[in-house]
Design a protein around this ligand. Sequence first.
Ligand code: NAI
Ligand code: MG
Length: 334
Amino acid sequence: MAYRICLIEGDGIGHEVVPAARKVLEATGLPIEFVEAEAGWETFERRGVSVPEETVEKILSCQATLFGAATSPTRKVPGFFGAIRYLRRRLDLYANVRPAKSRPVPGSRSGVDLIIVRENTEGLYVEQERRYLDVAIADAVISKKASERIGRVALKLAEGRPRKTLHIAHKANVLPITQGLFLDTVREIAKDYPLVNVQDIIVDNCAMQLVMRPERFDVIVTTNLLGDILSDLTAGLVGGLGLAPSANLGDTTALFEPVHGSAPDIAGKGIANPTAAILSAAMMLEYLGEKETAKKVEKAVDLVLEKGPHTPDLGGTATTETFTKAVVETLKAL
Ligand code: NAI
Ligand code: MG
């Protein structure tokens, strides 16, 4: 039976990197039926809504979704909501999994193989802000339930990896009630995973250690905003946003996307690096149980990153198309 995969290009370079990842998925030879759907700023401009209901239905009719990127305007636009934040909440995609692994490019540190597991539904991202004259207040929500389920995702991941180490990154020293609940809850459920070496680390120290000695980290679990920031830092350790993939996991479906945005500065030029989207597609294959094929795709990407051609973000002159063609040919030869 064929896999059903939903493809959402979104905006900007989403229109370039998602078709590139599709070509690589097609080259795997796996039976895949693609279902195209729309979301994002262009959809909002055309239809007055950034995520039409039929898009949600299409996602739910598929086993997994590959998403490109969506633009959010920097000004307040009545009726507009950010497509990716909406989908994470609507589909209860509570775990944002962001691996950072050394790549054979000059900008990448060596010896890095870590995963940030970021809580994806609450924290400061409940978007409850208000202003009284010259004072502004934002609520941060931390629940035991959400801390427990994100903790389990991270502990299970750590249990399946050679080093079996989990760092809980937190700021419970300053916020003992909210951050403390997160830390205590993950510590408590860690008792169910006796093989995992669990350590807690204050997030600012974690940021410094990630820069000084990233190779000592395996899996890091943290709250929403802290994970958003730490995962851009870890992307920067291993070659930048053009190379960083991610997964948004829920209990019933999953959405895979590059960490980068719609990159309006290079959109439409055909020079976006599709690696992050292709590696996100590889994470999707792993999620579907196609571990061997996922590894092959990653290997093909690494071989091309090593030899070239390279897109301009990595100092080369290749287009998205020539880079993708090289990955497809390398994959077919493996
Ligand atoms: P961005 O990730 O789009 O771009 C940051 C810089 O990295 C730009 O110079 C861009 O050219 C470069 N870059 C990013 N991806 C690249 C790739 N694959 N190949 C080569 N260069 C690449 O972040 P920015 O500029 O902060 O945001 C642009 C728009 O994207 C905004 O509207 C923002 O709201 C949205 N955004 C959406 C995200 C999502 O859909 N998950 C995530 C981050 C931003
Ligand atoms: Mg971010």
